[in-house]
Write a protein that binds this ligand. Structure first.
Ligand code: G3I
Length: 455
């Protein structure tokens, strides 16, 4: 297959109203594009809300002024977690001197747009100012309680759930507590004390214990489980357990993820997915995200999901591209998988199984003169038996090869129409893909997926 591109085809085709936008030239190896077959696509937050849940993102105050960051956040999410701004080093860097500036900025942003706020975090060994570690036992106790009380009262009524204690257990098989100033000086009772103080400070906030590597059943999650069970038996106030869910190839989504969420829920607490990110790309990443969302939906006490950032651009693991929007704010296949799993109408805009699809571009190999791209086609909430995807390249790019599809071109040569080779059946929420090679001819702009239609 072969086509010659011409300039200005996007504008000429009147495609500005579609959700997909072409990447910048610099984004040629990073960007992806998504398009939908109807303008009235649902959003993550709206789709989650229909399931009685929130869908949030970790947010950094210093990015709120970036228009694409803010508009993606505001459009897609209905809960936020300050990524760093509520941590001890940010709000009380010197004793009893509180600075809520950056955290307030996030809370105000959220409240003025009807978004919920998760509080993160009150007692944690990390991002702890040096003065705290230097305190003696009784001073540390009063500093911890003062910190919890002051911060929670400042935000009283504005935070739906607080991570009261974060990451208090060791990794590995010991099931033991992690060494920290709190553990080492106050002993095992510090967690209970923190939760009791928190309940008194804001009785209406849900109080969570939050940790990582507790996402499946293992020694660490068993230790947390036993603590929660003990708290419930003794009436220590705890309402929820947060499962951070930072996944990659070394720490994949556990096979018993849903069962693990369920066993905690069965103790009488809510469960929340609090810091979700999954390194990877394309279909594999999308499949993992889908599993996580499906697990949460299958557990009635799983009240919401927060992804740990809006865009790969600012992820704490940016090189692992673990989030739902790429660094150019394009929706990734993982986004489509999440929206579809939430029951969103990503492509059809209709109810009750309207035939719909989404198509998402992912970059693949790149050489000195050319690059490969892949487009993942995902069926909406109903199975489809045929699909048509259009992809625009920018002159003087030329598509030299295609695979896993039957391509044709418009008269300009820049817009490729791809149809299935043979059977175009795709099950509801499932995906198929096709690929192509673009001869750059000096132009490295990311191809743009401009439509996906299904029948
Ligand atoms: O803001 C300063 C900047 O002024 C300075 O120039 C720069 C140079 O080091 O540092 C900047 O602060 C960094 C901050 O993120 C904001 O970007 C800190 O060094 C860096 O340590 C901090 O990392 C955060 C990390 O927690 C700290 O442990 C990550 O953003 C944040 O995503 C991460 O979040 C944690 C959760 O709170 C708990 N669970 C694990 C999760 C991932 O590590």
């Amino acid at each position: 297959m072969f086509a010659v591109g011409t300039a200005g085809i996007l504008a000429a085709a009147g495609l500005a109203t579609l959700s997909a936008t072409s990447g910048t030239a610099a984004g040629a190896t990073k960007a992806s594009g998504t398009t939908e077959s109807a303008a009235a696509a649902s959003t993550l937050g709206a789709a989650a809300a229909e399931k009685g849940r929130y869908f949030g993102a970790a947010v950094a105050a210093n990015h709120l002024g970036e228009s694409q960051y803010a508009s993606t956040l505001n459009t897609e999410f209905n809960s936020v977690t300050p990524e760093n701004e509520m941590k001890w080093d940010a709000v009380e860097s010197s004793r009893n001197s509180f600075n809520f500036g950056a955290a307030d900025q996030i809370v105000n942003h959220a409240q003025s747009r009807g978004m919920k706020v998760r509080g993160h975090t009150l007692v944690w060994h990390s991002q702890l100012p040096g003065w705290v570690s230097g305190l003696g036992t009784s001073d540390l106790r009063s500093a911890m309680n003062n910190h919890i009380t002051t911060v929670m009262q400042h935000y009283k009524g504005k935070i739906h759930s607080w991570d009261v204690v974060n990451e208090a257990y060791q990794d590995g098989n010991s099931g033991a507590r992690r060494s920290s100033p709190f553990q080492d000086k106050l002993g095992n009772g510090f967690i209970e004390e923190a939760f009791r103080t928190a309940r008194a400070a804001d009785p209406n906030a849900k109080l969570c214990y939050n940790d990582y590597n507790t996402d499946g059943q293992n020694a660490k999650s068993n230790a947390v489980y036993n603590m929660v069970k003990d708290f419930k038996a003794r009436g220590v106030p705890i309402d929820c357990v947060g499962f951070q869910s930072h996944f990659n190839s070394n720490s994949p989504v556990p096979s018993d993820y849903q069962q693990n969420l369920q066993r905690f829920a069965d103790l009488g607490v809510d469960v929340q997915i609090t810091e979700l990110d999954i390194e990877g790309s394309g279909t594999a990443q999308a499949d993992n995200y889908r599993r996580v969302v499906q697990a949460c939906l299958a557990v009635s006490r799983c009240t919401g999901i927060t992804v740990w950032g809006v865009t790969d651009k600012y992820s704490w693991r940016a090189s692992g591209t673990p989030l739902l929007f790429d660094s150019n704010y394009n929706k990734k296949p993982a986004y489509n998988a999440v929206l579809t799993a939430l029951g969103g109408t990503s492509g059809g805009g209709g109810e009750g199984g309207t035939k719909a699809c989404t198509a998402t571009y992912s970059p693949a190999e790149r050489w000195g003169d050319r690059f490969n791209g892949k487009v993942t086609v995902t069926a909406g909430s109903a199975a489809i038996s045929d699909w048509t995807v259009t992809v625009a390249t920018r002159s003087p790019q030329r598509i030299s090869t295609t695979w896993n599809g039957t391509a044709s071109w418009d008269s300009s040569g820049s817009v490729m129409t791809m149809k299935p080779s043979g059977n175009g059946t795709v099950a509801a929420g499932a995906s198929t893909s096709f690929g192509f090679t673009v001869m750059a001819n000096g132009e490295w702009a990311t191809p743009t997926v401009t439509s996906c239609t299904a029948s």
